[in-house]
Design a protein. Sequence first.
Length: 436
Amino acid sequence: MPFLSAEHCCDDRPAGTVGFVAREPVATPVSPKPAGRTKILFVDDEPAMVRVLKMGMRPMAAEWDVQFAEGGEAGLELVKKENFDVIVTDMRMAGINGAQLLNHVLRRNPETVRIILSGYADLSEVVSCVGLTHQFLTKPCSLDDLKSCLRKVAGIKEKLGHAKLRELTGGLACLPGIPELYLEITEALQSPLTSSDRIAEIASQDPALSAKILQIANSAFFGFSRKVFSVSEAVQLLGIGVIQSLAMAVPLFTAFDRKRCPGFHIDQTWEHSAEVAAIARRLYNEHLDDSHRAEQAFAAGIMHDIGKLILAEKLPEQYEAIIAESKATGTELHKIERKHLGATHAEVGAYLLALWGLPVPLIEAIAAHHAPRRCGVGTLCLAGVIHIADALQHTQGLHPELTPNPVDAEYLKLTGLDAHYETWRRNLNEHTDDSI
Ligand SMILES: [Fe+2]
Ligand SMILES: [Fe+2]
């Protein structure tokens, strides 16, 4: 399950805590920070559970405005009347169930963070909610874990909701919607019967996506020993997660009007993004021995610079001048963006993904890909992997129009990866002789 199987949203649980296992993060939209407290709605048809939640949430009254609904119908009534920042719902309920309720919320207010709280027995039903849900939490859980998860969600909203970014994105009329192709694939994946052939069939309907899939499958970065001629073969080799990520990114790249901002090099940005995605995936698969997170790393890599496309599209003249200044001074682009716009492409991209309701780790990784220390240095996080993959890709000097981003040496030292980085850099430069 592409985006649903990577990291834990509440990894900061104290050791030994019994209870809520924050499984499979899935997403988190971010909207401009609402005035006042975060509004949270809990929906559960078990009165005893509602009582427990009410008691547990009482100490949070200063921070959160929490409401409760007993059952799907009551929940639906409330969401029809007002918008909530977060909704936490049981899955299996008589009458209107969690999936139906979230479907309604998604249509009415897509920016609401949607969380399903389910028992292990409901897992097969939960799988059918992919795309509807931002986080899955598993019962039983401790209230502390639930609170920590909700705080994390609110924290992302806070982090991305700074005034300059709100001002900037508020001025970026009509941010792109989540691509149809991505939705179609995500919807197909909601059925456990969907095969990779079906995914290939959907992808094949779009010539641009098919072309990119074949290009990537045949690139040196993936290193398949034979030539790949068909989309269905490529889907088998690359995996559904990679195809889903491409279905998200490719429509944005192909829709870009290259005449709008001639100083912005869309083709080199595409190649750079695809290579960063492939490198990040490889780092997880081969060096970090974590194939579980490899698919999410690919998604983060392919989308990490998507904010550049938005800025080039929406503020073409200003962005052209920013790119020119970055090149003329040899200063990293994100620093010049910060100087003139008050926010960076990393934040703009993360903001877009948050609006689309994509997984929290993905949003964090994109937001922090130039500043991985923001995500902590205890363990190597997704942001760190994207940061390293970004820097590694730049060391190859394949895209002269893009100002390179050096690796954060302090971060490497703190994570104990300095020696590894050198090996990765050497291997990459030795074995990759052509670009995507
Ligand atoms: Fe970047
Ligand atoms: Fe980059």
